[in-house]
Design a protein around this ligand. Structure first.
Ligand SMILES: O=C(O)CCC(=O)C(=O)O
Ligand SMILES: [Fe+2]
Length: 221
């Protein structure tokens, strides 16, 4: 790339990992990252605390706090009935705007009519992993928008058939955007490892990794 003509904002190197799945490195500025990290810490103060969801009796190593709708394995509820029964915080308007911007940046259609209504905010310490899974507890098949802050990780993005190959390993760094929709919406994906000590100065996270995914549940009420 010619150093005189770096990419202008909005056209930074974006990479299509699979049809419908796009990675945009450094989409968020450091200031935006640290602001989001502050919001994340606010959300963890309640009314529903950060918790490790239990899947078939086993606690996940990733800990999650939700907005809009509370995700528990296989369903969404308004109240965190598997934690303390409290209603989750509302889904903020600024996050809808952020989600629409993310769809525009990744060339997804109908960005301006995107209406995400839940966000899962995950925290990974250096030992946390997330097994290969599909995001399919939503009725809607609108795209999933994912934002990462803090330590980088190896994100494995696979196929829609099974947990195995073919898949692509992507390094998701602080500030990166990843969107999957359309033919990639039900692709299996997971986090195989977090890379300690890689969070950039000023991102608002000293150690570990925050990941925020927004989705449209398709639920009413
Ligand atoms: O942490 C990530 O990058 C992915 C999170 C994820 O797949 C999920 O929350 O369903
Ligand atoms: Fe997921």
């Amino acid at each position: 790339m010619n150093a005189l003509f770096p990419p202008m904002s909005g056209e930074r190197d974006r990479k299509t990992v699979a049809p419908g799945a796009v990675h945009v490195p450094n989409w968020l500025t450091l200031e935006q990252q640290s602001w989001l990290a502050d919001r994340f810490r606010e959300w963890t103060r309640g009314p529903v605390p950060l918790r490790a969801a239990k899947v078939r009796g086993h606690e996940m190593s990733v800990r999650t706090v939700c907005l809009g709708w509370h995700w528990q394995p296989y369903k969404y509820t308004r109240d965190a009935t598997d934690v303390n029964g409290a209603r989750v915080l509302p889904f903020p308007d600024w996050m809808t705007r952020l989600g629409r911007g993310a769809l525009r940046a990744t060339g997804h259609a109908a960005a301006d009519s995107y209406v995400p209504d839940t966000a899962l905010a995950n925290y990974y310490d250096e030992a946390a992993r997330l097994g290969m899974h599909q995001d399919k507890d939503e009725i809607s098949r609108a795209p999933v928008v994912s934002l990462s802050i803090g330590d980088s990780c190896t994100f494995r993005f696979g196929n829609t058939e099974n947990r195995g190959k073919p898949y692509t390993d992507v390094c998701l760094g602080s500030g990166d955007l990843f969107v999957f929709g359309g033919p990639a919406r039900l692709a299996y994906h997971g986090v195989t490892r977090v890379h300690p000590g890689t969070a950039p100065e000023g991102c608002g996270v000293d150690s570990g990794r925050i990941n925020i995914t927004m989705r449209t549940t398709g639920l009413e009420g």
